[in-house]
Unconditional design. Structure first.
Length: 312
């Protein structure tokens, strides 16, 4: 998988490798063999260029090794699904599991960890050190998720300052970033427009790269299956425009809240929202910070883009 984003088209720069395949997770919860087949099918489709890593829990790596086709290249983002204990013991078990999993021919692009409570700088420091110790010969992106339940346990300006400090102190082999959860089945799991905007603006202010997950099945914010859902175009166009200096931080919430698909522009020359325009090179530069989002369905976001005429 290439490490750079194309700069010849604003549309391609926005959508390239944007959708991580989280088909193993709810609500899809595919069996491992079916998830691998679906991921292979996505990789052979006309829209393969929009797809990113396969997201796999560390607890299921043995199962993946047993059923995967070793002749197929595979890029993973691994969820460290044991909770981060006070001394990091359960996370160490996950890292040991990765080392034992027999992943020859597999690229582990990133590791993702959800903090069990309010973000703890010391715990994050231990986690980064553990990743560096267990993967000394590999470059690893490590995304740390501050918990959200009807509100932030730690407000984004504070939590992302902690992540930025860990990022600055991390060894060269570990790139530290943050993770934003945009939905979920539990009450209060979906952050408000203002809370999403606070994350995006804080990430930009602190220079922290991030990934998103959950609830982003549709391009544009709206009511789907009886509930209001965030749109992934809203999220990433807001982040891209803010990064490029084309949008003031005070307007990010307006982009996140937008429900009119006609307000967005995605074509080879520009990505934009209403009066805001961003050119290809600036879009590609912003994608180093606004990295990707995980979706349990690859087809649903792709079909949403097709319905808007953004993919043929």
């Amino acid at each position: 998988m290439p490490t750079t984003i194309a700069t010849d088209s604003a549309k391609r720069a926005l959508l390239e490798r944007l959708i991580d395949d989280a088909g193993l997770f709810p609500p899809a919860e595919l069996p491992m063999r079916l998830a691998l087949r679906a991921h292979a099918r996505h990789a052979e489709s006309a829209y393969a260029w929009t797809g990113g890593a396969l997201v796999v829990p560390a607890s299921r790596l043995g199962e993946l090794s047993d059923v995967r086709d070793p002749s197929r290249p595979l890029t993973l983002s691994i969820i460290l699904d044991a909770a981060l204990a006070a001394k990091g013991d359960t996370m160490l078990a996950d890292l040991d599991r990765i080392a034992r999993a027999g992943l020859d021919g597999v690229t582990v692009a990133s590791l993702e960890l959800k903090a069990p409570a309010a973000l703890d700088a010391a715990a994050l420091g231990r986690a980064v050190a553990a990743v560096a110790e267990h993967r000394p010969d590999q470059t690893t992106a490590f995304y740390y998720e501050a918990p959200y339940a009807g509100g932030w346990a730690t407000p984004p300006p504070e939590s992302l300052a902690v992540v930025a400090a860990a990022r600055a102190a991390a060894p060269a082999t570990v790139t530290v970033g943050a993770k934003l959860r945009c939905g979920g089945a539990a009450p209060g799991a979906t952050p408000s427009v203002e809370d999403v905007a606070a994350f995006v603006t804080a990430a930009q202010a602190h220079g922290v790269p991030w990934k998103a997950t959950a609830g982003l099945h549709h391009p544009v914010r709206g009511i789907y299956r009886g509930a209001m859902r965030h749109g992934f175009l809203n999220l990433f166009i807001a982040a891209v425009a803010l990064h490029a200096g084309a949008l003031d931080a005070g307007r990010v919430a307006e982009v996140i809240a937008e429900e009119d698909p006609r307000a967005f522009l995605v074509d080879p020359r520009h990505v934009g929202w209403r009066d805001v325009r961003v050119e290809p090179e600036a879009v590609a530069g912003a994608r180093a910070q606004a990295v990707a989002f995980g979706s349990c369905s690859f087809d649903e976001p792709v079909n949403g883009l097709r319905e808007l005429g953004l993919l043929l």
